[in-house]
Design a protein around this ligand. Structure first.
Ligand code: F6P
Length: 359
């Protein structure tokens, strides 16, 4: 092995640069390998963008930098590359063989991919075609299976909890019901953990379709107890019983369908049923930005270093994962099965015991 590549795919997450740093330093110090960065995720690989030589002497500031110095793309795939036709329609083409041949063009002996389920699914398919890829689990959503946690998640929880803390003081002053919509796609991990940490009165998550009357009753009960404000946290993927998910961007062709809007729907219904003043905050991409927390830097560093060792062991198609505090390797195929909050599990039970309702 002489030259390995690294790419960051999907939505960015705090800690990606710490992964890059750990890969470069471990590859250089432990194995004397050169590392090059692929720009803009798998898009850059397919388009043959120039690779970025990653100098171990230039890794100094990466630990604390959010985002990814390599750039990333949160849509598209070499297996379904959009081609814009003259009549305005879009066709999707399989260009995976081109992406694969670029790895050889770049003289890369192996590729480390940091990404979430979309990026890992692409990696899995490319491995089946013969690509020498290992994975690093990244996503603020924490929804990859077979790893206890992904990096970026803790920083997102910190941001969402801080938002609830701030909403609480203003809610108290104005006697308001505050609704906070957080990210997480089809998993409720961010809402669940930030909701408990920030003292939410109701947590609405995709795994438990909600009955808004339960939330209304909770707010009335709180008001009767003499507290005149409430905090409700809603995951962007949550749905009322029998209802459907809300989309802020429904059109795939314009960049991928994106969830969003359930917070305002919940807010409007609560204003009707409880009658008090309701305000809605959609936290959005603030959850993905900024400096990674110290724990995310630590985790990202462990993942990055472990990925280099997976390359050394030639464990293609494996992803570094954290299980019971230990760094292990799991097949990417298993990681993309996803991980959700168990509606009957210990975490939901504990939250219910605290008096939190799930609708
Ligand atoms: O997967 C990470 C995530 O932030 C989700 O929580 C969210 O639904 C989505 O990405 C937003 O994507 P984009 O950055 O493309 O708007």
């Amino acid at each position: 092995m002489k030259r390995i590549g690294i790419l960051t795919g999907g939505g960015d997450a705090p800690g990606l640069n710490a992964v890059i740093r750990a890969v470069v330093l471990t590859a250089h110090n432990r194995f004397q390998w050169e590392v090059v960065g692929i720009q803009e995720g798998f898009d850059g690989l397919y388009h043959g963008l120039p690779v970025i030589p990653l100098d171990p002497n230039n890794m100094r500031d990466l630990l604390l930098r959010g985002g990814t110095i390599l750039g990333t793309a949160n849509r598209g795939s070499p297996f379904a590359h959009p081609v814009h036709l003259p009549d305005g329609t879009i066709e999707y083409e399989d260009v995976s063989h081109i992406a694969l041949s670029r790895m050889a063009d770049y003289g890369m002996d192996a590729l480390i991919v940091a990404g979430g389920d979309g990026t890992m699914s692409i990696s899995h398919k490319l491995v089946k075609m013969g690509a020498r890829i290992v994975g690093v689990p990244k996503t603020i959503d924490n929804d990859l299976a077979h790893t206890d946690v992904t990096f970026g998640f803790e920083t997102a929880i910190n941001t969402a909890t801080e938002a609830l803390d701030k909403l609480q003081t203003t809610a108290e002053s104005h006697h308001r019901i505050m609704v906070l919509e957080v990210m997480g796609r089809n998993a409720g991990w961010i809402a669940m953990q930030a909701g408990v940490a920030g003292g939410a009165d109701a947590i609405l998550i995709p795994e438990i379709p909600f009955n808004i009357d339960v939330v209304c009753n909770q707010i009335r009960r709180i008001q009767l107890s003499g507290r005149h404000y409430s905090l409700i946290i809603v995951a962007e993927g949550a749905t009322p019983i029998g209802g459907v998910q809300q989309y802020a961007i429904p059109d795939y062709a314009k960049g991928g369908a994106r969830l969003g809007g359930i917070g305002h729907q919940v807010g409007a219904t609560l204003a009707e049923c409880v009658g008090g003043e309701v305000r809605v905050t959609v936290l959005g991409h603030v959850q993905r930005g900024g400096q990674p927390s110290p724990s995310d830097r630590w985790l990202a560093t462990r993942f990055g270093a472990a990925a280099v060792h997976l390359v050394a062991e030639e464990r293609w198609g494996y992803m570094a994962a954290l299980q019971a505090q230990k760094m292990v390797a799991v097949p990417i195929e298993q990681a993309i099965q996803m991980k959700f909050v168990d509606p009957q599990g210990e975490l939901v039970r504990m939250a219910r015991d605290l008096g939190i309702v799930f609708g």
